[in-house]
Write a protein that binds this ligand. Structure first.
Ligand code: CP
Ligand code: NVA
Length: 303
């Protein structure tokens, strides 16, 4: 595997399944209370330029379960690129730690961090990508559906970091990915182009959410305004209204279609209470699996 984990596009299909196999093993051990101190004595520096609940907690708890320790560095601590240059932070953190996980704004910053770091760097979300999330999501689908064969996922909402990572996943594992996005909110064109060029999956960008969810195994959504886009939130609320995942939209899918959301959810904006609380919603399995899949990624990179 690559030294760093910045994007799912850096993995092969086999490596993705190797991560899933290890995730399954580590999750089973954790559930049985069997010790699995594969990163005993190691430390992970966690650099956050944006807020987080799941990412921080799942990495921190996961690292503890692996016998290591994680350090939470809040947006006020490091001042990446403002208090100190990215390349200096990378080299300093590398002297103290066995790995770095970072949640940043610009994707170029995480690329620079990795370039200057002598220890593995894991992407805990940038404006462009959220690879750990989609690894956890697809592992969750695998658990519920037993296979990813003939999978159709409908991503409804903004063509954001989560959508881009879904496209990267589809460039490695065959599936149908239908993105139902408002006009003008398409996913990253380069990521889309590269994924389509692989010919691995069918990736559709549609502007009608009903068409996107048709025959989907999973309907997925995310917030309409991501972290850093707060100033656009009011305008987006109007534009994205037809893309709300509600009971009426779910009726255009199948009765057994799963609902997923990376969380945090803005209830009754991008998804109604009725959908997120429905028996088809697997959002908390999905949230839990962040920890199990990230433990596997850390073991692969840091053991
Ligand atoms: N899904 C996710 O990354 O959650 P947090 O922003 O709370 O870490
Ligand atoms: N697209 C969201 C994901 C949060 C986990 C954001 O970037 O804020």
């Amino acid at each position: 595997m690559n030294k760093h984990f910045l994007s799912i596009a850096e993995l092969t299909k086999d490596e993705i399944y190797e991560i899933f196999d290890l995730t399954k093993e580590l999750k089973a051990k954790q559930k049985k209370g069997e010790s699995h101190h594969l990163l005993k004595g190691k430390t992970l520096a966690m650099v956050f330029a944006k807020p987080s609940a799941r990412t921080r907690i799942s990495f921190e708890s996961g690292m503890f379960q692996l016998g290591g320790h994680a350090l939470y560095l809040s947006p006020n601590d490091i001042g990446l690129g403002t208090r100190e240059a990215v390349k200096d932070v990378a080299r300093v953190l590398s002297r103290y730690n066995d790995g770095i996980m970072a949640r940043l704004f610009g994707h170029n910053d995480i690329i620079e961090l990795a370039e200057y770091s002598s220890v593995p760097v894991i992407n805990g979300l940038t404006d462009l990508l959220h690879p750990c999330q989609i690894m956890a999501d697809t592992f969750t689908i695998l658990e519920h559906r037993k296979t990813l064969d003939n999978l159709k996922v409908a991503f409804i909402g903004d063509g954001n970091n989560v959508a881009n990572s879904w496209i990267n996943f589809a460039s490695r594992v065959p599936m149908t990915l239908a993105l139902g996005v408002p006009d003008g909110f398409d996913p990253n064109p380069d990521i889309l182009k590269n994924a389509r060029q692989t010919g691995i999956s069918s990736i559709l960008v549609l502007h009608d959410p009903r068409e996107a969810v048709k025959d989907a195994d999973v309907v997925y959504t995310d917030v309409w305004a991501s972290m850093g886009q707060e100033a656009e939130a009011t305008k987006r609320k109007q534009l994205f209204k037809p893309f709300q995942v509600n009971d009426a939209l779910m009726k255009h899918a199948r009765p057994d279609t799963f609902f997923m959301h990376c969380l945090p959810a803005h209830r009754n904006e991008e998804v109604t209470d009725s959908v997120i609380e429905s028996p088809n919603s697997i959002v908390f399995d999905e949230a839990e699996n962040r920890m199990h899949v990230q433990k596997a990624i850390m073991v692969k990179l840091m053991a």
